[in-house]
Ligand binder design. Sequence first.
Ligand SMILES: [Zn+2]
Length: 268
Amino acid sequence: MANERKWFDVHDPEPGIFIIEEPHHVERVKSHLNIGEREAILIDTGMGVANIRDVVEFLNSLPVVVVNSHAHWDHVGGNHLFDEIWIHPAEAGDLAKGYPNTRMRGWFGPSSLTGPLPDDVNLDTLAIPPSRATGMLHEGQVFDLGNRVLEVLHCPGHSPGGVVLLDRANGILFSTDVAYAGYLYVYAGDWLQTYHQSLTRLAHLAPELRVLYPSHNERSISPGLLPRMVEALERVIDSHASDRVDGDVAMYDYDGVGVYLFPARAGK
Ligand SMILES: [Zn+2]
C-alpha cells in the first residue's frame, strides 16, 4: 500500500468515522468512511489518483456501500473499485461517462499540486473509468449500518443531485460539497435560489448539530457557519456589490464565509 500511504492521509476524528484525505492537491478532497456494527458506508471515492479501496479495506473488514454525494470527478475517482454504488438519479447517468485523460490532466497542473503524485501515476494516462450506480438515493432514505444511522437529504445547488448525510443521533452532518469552509461555488440564475433553499434547510438543523464534516478544505467545521452561508448567499441574491471580480468570477466575502459567483455579471 506504499503509494496509497503517500497520497492519502487518514484521520479518525471520533469512533467509527475515518476521514480519508488527499492533502497533496489544492482541493483537499475528503472521503468519509462510516463504520457501523454490520456494514460501512464510504461517502465518495476521491480523485482517482491512488487505490482508495486498499485504504478502506485496511481500515475496515465489513461490507462497504459507496454513497456518492454527487458525480463531480473529485468524488467518484475510485467508484470503479467498488460493487455497490448509490447516487441521486439526477446524476446517475454522469457516472457512465467517467472522466478522460484530456480533462483530468488539466486538474493536476503545477498550480493544483501541493505535493508529489504517487510514483506509479502517469499524468499522460490518468483517467477516471466509467462506473455504474447500483442504487438510486432519495430524500429521506435511511442507511442503518448497525448502531449508526445515516439519513440522506437531497440538497441541490452545488449540483442537481447533491446530497448530504445526517447522523441525527450523534449530531453529525456530512455536508459534502454543499457546505464547507472556503468559497462556495455558486452559479447565477435559478441555481442560486436552489442553493439558498438547500443551505436554509441545513441552517435550520444547525441547533441539533455538533459538527460538520465537509468534503473540501477544513476537516471539520462548526454548524454555526450554516446561517452565515445563508446570509452570504442572500447578499448575492440581493445584488450587493461583489468585493472583487476576477475574469468571469465575482467574489463575495461575508463574516468568514465566501462565495464565488459564476458568471460574474449575470443574475439580477
Ligand atoms: Zn468537490
